[in-house]
Design a protein around this ligand. Structure first.
Ligand code: ADP
Ligand code: MG
Length: 501
């Protein structure tokens, strides 16, 4: 008996050595590929448990942690483990159960890594996911990654994230129209007046969540009746380039024309890609004519997307476009409360208020704050986080959120918005569009940095302070007379705010 135990112990410890070694190699790769702060928050707390064949089991502090990793770091984790252990390698998660579930005998549950393949990135052009990671896998051998092999021909993988559902989407003034329309569409796809449905708004405001909810709801209510496909505009472009390269453009086109609900996320990335736009235009027409539902998102209103064919923009406006605004205080509070209660911890009103007041610009950031608290509570086994502790834990995140923006950043963002070269605003040119961008950039530099008029002038090709005053006045006057211009200034301001977080 005693002997058996020793053998088991030894076996465990050997496994642990290998598991540790493999995990250490993984960490090195991951560290080089993501932002350092994210790396320490999300990957340091993970413990390697066992290595069985090519499956490395890692222990994560909570169910939430597991979901977050799968949602945000799936690609990098998958390709890293493959790099370290070879083809067929995978992670399995061991999740430490929350206190509420503690009457189980086992203190952890095991969960597999998602098995669907990551999205293709093989177009000869670089594609980064939201973590700034460039996946290294290729789709050379995959004819169409959305077709599930060996199943009925028209059965496709909708590529949806099942966590994005209406139930998890909190309603507020900021999203009421978009949300109601989304629900209406999911009840009657294609046969409603919201076709196409176009949602726009800044980063982290819930566009992806909302459009995926539509897909998930249709799938849940109608099963196989509708073939649904969610993909980002970049994925569409990549697929298209790949299809052309392999002489499969016709097949590509046929494939998309057979879809009943097509969801294309972040369509602003079609900007400047003429061939892709043309292909999408034809697919769009065919689908629309057949009463198929088309859903799109973008970080700005259709008319403000640069370098997109006019005929596409006019079609984007055929149905309904709805915007998502920054969430108001009450909505932020409600989201925080829901997120933390879901995870079995009630931080209480003081802490929710504190976070809701300090994270104002994106729901992603709000979640980041709550996750950091959850993680700290879970790791340090603290039952009660009080306000002082919360402030200390979140200090760095808040500091980051309030990072200063520079005049150069402003010039870059403004020019990016208008699709012009940032050097142009520093040069002498008097072309109308450049003058407009230059004036807005000067105005933003005054309102969003602490720089003096003189400093601002110097940053714009050594112009005089009176030129800067003139620009500021011009922008202020025009905002009063032109609502369209006012909206442009607001959009740009929002981008600068987001970029400086
Ligand atoms: P976007 O696509 O606009 O950049 P996402 O849809 O990715 O934003 O949303 C960012 C995060 O915020 C996601 O985790 C999402 O679930 C969450 N989120 C956004 N809006 C809401 C909401 N109204 N209620 C609850 N969670 C939300
Ligand atoms: Mg998105």
């Amino acid at each position: 008996m005693v002997e058996t135990e020793n053998i088991t112990d030894r076996k465990h410890s050997e496994e642990k050595v290998t598991a540790n070694g493999v995990w250490a190699q993984c960490l090195e790769i991951i560290r080089d590929n993501i932002n350092y702060q994210k790396y320490t928050s999300w990957f340091h707390p993970i413990k390697p448990v066992t290595l069985e064949g090519k499956t490395l089991t890692i222990q994560v502090p909570s169910q939430f942690w597991y979901e977050w990793l799968e949602e945000h770091y799936y690609n990098i984790m998958r390709s890293t483990i493959t790099k370290v252990l070879g083809e067929g390698a995978r992670f399995e998660y061991s999740v430490v159960l929350e206190k509420a579930d503690m009457d189980h005998d086992d203190r952890s549950v095991r969960l597999p890594q998602r098995s669907s393949p990551p999205m293709p990135a093989d177009s000869g052009q670089q594609v980064y996911d939201q973590n700034g990671y460039h996946p290294t896998y290729s789709t050379e051998n995959i004819q169409n990654p959305f077709v599930i092999p060996g199943i009925r021909k028209n059965k496709i993988d909708p590529n949806l994230n099942e966590n994005y559902v209406f139930n998890q989407f909190i309603e507020g003034d900021c999203n009421r129209l978009a949300r109601s329309a989304a629900i209406a569409i999911s009840e009657n796809p294609g046969k409603n007046s919201f076709n196409p449905f176009f949602i726009y708004g800044g980063v982290g405001l819930g566009k992806t969540h909302l459009v995926q909810s539509i897909g998930n709801k249709i799938r849940q209510d109608f099963g196989d009746e509708y073939s649904i496909l969610y993909l980002s505009s970049d994925q569409f472009t990549n697929e298209f380039v790949h299809a052309i390269r392999n002489n499969r453009a016709r097949e590509f086109s046929m494939f998309y024309r057979n879809i009943d609900v097509l969801i294309v996320d972040d369509i602003q990335f079609f900007s400047g890609k003429e061939k892709t736009q043309e292909e999408f235009f034809h697919i769009f027409n065919a689908l629309h004519q057949d009463g198929k539902q088309i859903i799109m998102t973008s970080d700005r209103a259709p008319r403000d997307i640069q370098d997109i064919e006019e005929r596409l923009i006019s079609r984007f406006n055929w149905g309904l476009s709805a915007d998502l605004q920054m969430p108001d205080y009450e909505t932020r509070y409600a989201i925080l409360e829901k997120k933390s209660l879901e995870n079995g911890i009630d931080f209480g009103p003081e802490i929710f208020e504190f976070i809701a007041h300090n994270f104002k610009s994106s729901i992603r950031d709000l979640q980041g704050a709550i996750i950091k608290l959850l993680a700290t509570a879970s790791l340090q086994k603290i039952d009660n986080i009080d306000l002082v502790m919360a402030k200390r834990i979140l200090k760095d995140l808040i500091k980051e959120t309030k990072k200063h923006v520079s005049i150069e950043d402003i010039q870059r963002l403004v020019c990016d918005y208008f699709g012009i070269d940032p050097n142009k605003v520093r040069e002498k040119t008097r072309k109308q569009e450049i003058v407009e961008a230059r004036q807005i950039a000067m105005y933003m530099s005054k309102t969003m940095t602490k720089s003096s008029l003189k400093t601002i002038g110097l940053h714009f090709g050594g112009r005089d302070h009176s030129t800067v005053i003139h620009a500021i006045n011009a922008v202020e006057d025009r905002q009063e007379t032109s609502p369209k211009f006012l909206q442009i200034v607001k959009d740009i301001q929002q981008r600068i705010e987001l970029a400086s977080m």
